[in-house]
Write a protein that binds this ligand. Sequence first.
Ligand code: M6R
Length: 610
Amino acid sequence: MCGIVGYVGERDISSVLLVGLERLSYRGYDSSGISIISNGELSTWKKQGKIVELNNLLSGLSIKGSLGIGQTRWATHGVPNEVNAHPHFSETKKIALVHNGIIENYMEIKKRLIKNGHIFRSETDTEVLIHSIEEHLETTDSLLEALEKTLSEIVGTYSIATISEADPEKIVIARKGSPLIIALGKDENFVSSDINAILTHTKKVIYLEDNEIGYVTKTSTFVKEIGGSEVQKEVKVIDWSPTDAEKNGYEHYMLKEIFEQPSVIRNIISKYIDKDNNITLSKIHQPNLDISNVNRFIIQACGTSWHAGLIAKYLIESYARVLTEVDISSEFRYRQMITQGHDIVMAISQSGETADTLACIREAKSKFFKVLSFVNVKESSIDRESDGVVYSYAGQEIGVASTKNFIAQLATIYIFSIHLGLAKKHLNKEQASEMIQELRRIPDYIESILKKSEEIRTIAEKYCFSREFLFIGRGVNYPTALEGALKLKEISYIHATGYAAGELKHGPIALIDAKLPVVCVAPQTLTYEKMVSNIQEVKTRKGKTIIIATQGDEDIKSLADDIIYIPKASEDLTPILASVPLQLISYYIALKLDCDVDQPRNLAKSVTVE
Ligand code: M6R
């Protein structure tokens, strides 16, 4: 979703802002713009479409200046066009502002401002902010004070950066419910909604918390609570490398990330398991979080992370015998939660910034639930606000469609469930050790699947012109089927539905005809025979079957129009293995259809609005 970048310093200002915006582009956007104060005068450039359009607009211009802000916009209020693009500027064109988030009460504020003579140009909620600041600047010279007064009237979420000709040394910033950081350089400073925009410049950052406002100059920073006093902020050093954000010779980030999966699992094993197969999850045993006497987990997550949550339910209930509910965050947050005591709310999130997931943990904490989170991005809001955390260690994921992070979530959930099973004494050390040995084999198994990528590509291309797909699976592979369908929808825009195979007869079987490709996730698990019967039902109705089966399973071949074998593994690890060919099928179909694989239309990597 929208991304903010700001810079104050002596580098080439437009290129710092453009490169920053480019590094935010993976989040998904539909327009972009920058404002720069040059020779005391503020100028703004905006363009609909890709950042290259903005770059073309700026090319040939010699822009001097040492202060500027920029934004990639993902449209919510108002279509993607130049007028609605950020930065928005004041009537006098002397103040500019970028905003991520949603101003919920903008209509009533807009009415008041219009009555006071303000003329609105855009359809956005954001524009009220700039007019309101301008109005408050009639009674104060301080941009920070004008923004603070504006925010006192605002209901909604925001990260904001604003600059003014009257104060050409400062970028004034504020945060509530949408991330914002200050990044510190030598005689230069940056602001951004996302570490990626500044990672090549510095690793020293300050995280703004909700309800904080402040400013950065070339050599100083200041942060206070909105309506309160100054806050001394801690400077943190990030341990990521910008090379994570390169394609390393792959055509797309998504393909690179699919091929990184073996090393992701090896890395997770090295982080959490020692050579004697002992598990250490240091950040879940916090003084205020006791997982050993948990009675119930309530998992809440969105999208791919929700699919990981559905698999977590199988593993936690099976290894630790702890009742586990799974809910979609946007549903959970408006449900009346029943507290029974010793319940733990579990949030699963790659970005750690998903608005609905974050809102749920805040709601849960207000009702005295403890919160344990599985997150990939360290120091994200969900990481910082949880009582305990398990990091996914997937490295930075740039492709909007989640791949290596899903696999990392499944591996960490597997390790966590074994750990809990031991703590609850439902597993013994030998069983746990054998289960860990199974996990150790997985990276090699994934590598063997990746070696078949050309074979998978041929199968994918055979079906790429079908306008709909059905994905079916049972048990732990029912969520795998859901995830396979989501991947295909996201990047190829083909309608795909995931179903529990046992549900076919209760409705979706009506869809099956000779034209419908049905992807059947059918490794040899407990429900294998049942799954074979379900595939038989599809075949009888002439559906085209693409079967993911266990290596050596010759019997199932007779039911398959196409078959992709995965190595034999423990049942609970088959979702990891089966997901790899499903990811590749989606990738190659999207590639053949010439879709924007890494930045699919309408999607955002980090969904920071409700
Ligand atoms: O960052 P999160 O894991 O909280 O994101 C949740 C979903 O928005 C995300 O998984 C989404 O479904 C992806 N596009 C899946 O590929």
